[in-house]
Design a protein around this ligand. Structure first.
Ligand SMILES: NC(=O)c1ccc[n+]([C@@H]2O[C@H](COP(=O)([O-])OP(=O)(O)OC[C@H]3O[C@@H](n4cnc5c(N)ncnc54)[C@H](OP(=O)(O)O)[C@@H]3O)[C@@H](O)[C@H]2O)c1
Length: 262
């Protein structure tokens, strides 16, 4: 009999995190979903339990707070549950000149994008049992692979996640733990992103995905033990091109785009 798996999903109330929760529940995996208080996790939990006959627990926590990391695993322990899957999804994006955001914004962004996944990975690895395969999915971004102005801290945080994941994949060699890096292009997770993305044309339009499709591709890749998951042919092509083009050409393209779009 296959063991019952439990997945922690951070930032589960909206966007990609919600899509991950639905995708995992659809595959018969129990959930512990985490998001800020009052973001509708109670309704999502009821819907998933009724629709997929899984346990869909949730915790309303602020993941910028240190006590939230241990709070998640204390909760699991109290319920005699071991988590087998960690989806490090929570993250805060932006598209602004560096000077236009406050220090408070950057503190929150770096806590959520960098500290939270690292700390949760550390606590998660402390409780895994190597007799069952465990999985960690770190949500990066194509933004972490390309050098783009107005994405200075976001891109840097995702570059950190890419580096962290690649190092950890080597460290975990020989352990029964699989870790994948997900590097998606744009995802229509919010109405304002949908409006912006609908204006794109050609290859740029082909880089955009729906959250449900990214979640399905990512979970497939995670269970197959893929080291890096880049959804879509256009995004894979851009990653290859990025590796081939010299920096001065890439910088010239970016500067031209900035002139066009401000
Ligand atoms: N959207 C894209 O185009 C795109 C592209 C590449 C990569 N990504 C990455 O994909 C991941 C998900 O992005 P998304 O677009 O789905 O984001 P999103 O729609 O903004 O959702 C973020 C989730 O995190 C929760 N959250 C925010 N602050 C929190 C906090 N302090 N404590 C606990 N939960 C908190 C949000 O809850 P609330 O309901 O309270 O807001 C929400 O559930 C991120 O890591 C992002 O960088 C996104």
């Amino acid at each position: 009999m296959k063991p019952l798996l439990t997945a922690i999903v951070t930032g589960a109330s909206e966007g990609l995190g919600k899509a991950f929760s639905v995708e995992l529940a659809r595959r018969g995996i129990n959930l512990l979903m985490v998001s800020l208080p009052g973001t509708g996790l109670n309704h999502l939990s009821t819907y998933l339990q009724k629709s997929f006959d899984v346990k869909a627990d949730y915790l309303e926590l602020d993941l910028t707070l240190q006590e939230s990391y241990t709070g998640i695993f204390d909760y699991l322990k109290q319920n005699n549950t071991t988590a087998h899957i960690l989806i490090n999804n929570v993250g805060l994006g932006n598209w602004d000149w560096f000077i236009d955001k406050s220090t408070a914004f950057y503190k929150t962004q770096l806590e959520l994008n960098v500290m939270t996944p690292v700390m949760l990975t550390r606590v998660f690895l402390g409780q895994v049992d190597d007799s069952v395969t465990s999985y960690i999915l770190n949500v990066g971004s194509l933004g972490g692979l390309f050098v783009v102005p107005k994405k200075a801290t976001y891109g840097a945080s995702k570059a950190f996640i890419a580096y962290f994941t690649k190092c950890m994949q080597l460290e975990l060699h020989g352990r029964n733990v699989k870790m994948s890096l997900l590097s998606p292009g744009g995802i229509n997770t919010k109405p304002e992103l949908l409006v912006m993305n609908q204006k794109l044309k050609g290859i740029a339009a082909a880089t955009i995905f729906e959250a449900e499709d990214v979640a399905r591709i990512a979970i497939d890749g995670l269970f197959k033990g893929k080291k890096e998951i880049v959804p879509g042919a256009a995004n894979k092509f851009l990653v290859t091109l990025n590796g081939l083009l010299p920096a001065f050409i890439k910088n010239a393209i970016v500067k031209r785009k900035l002139k066009d779009h401000g």
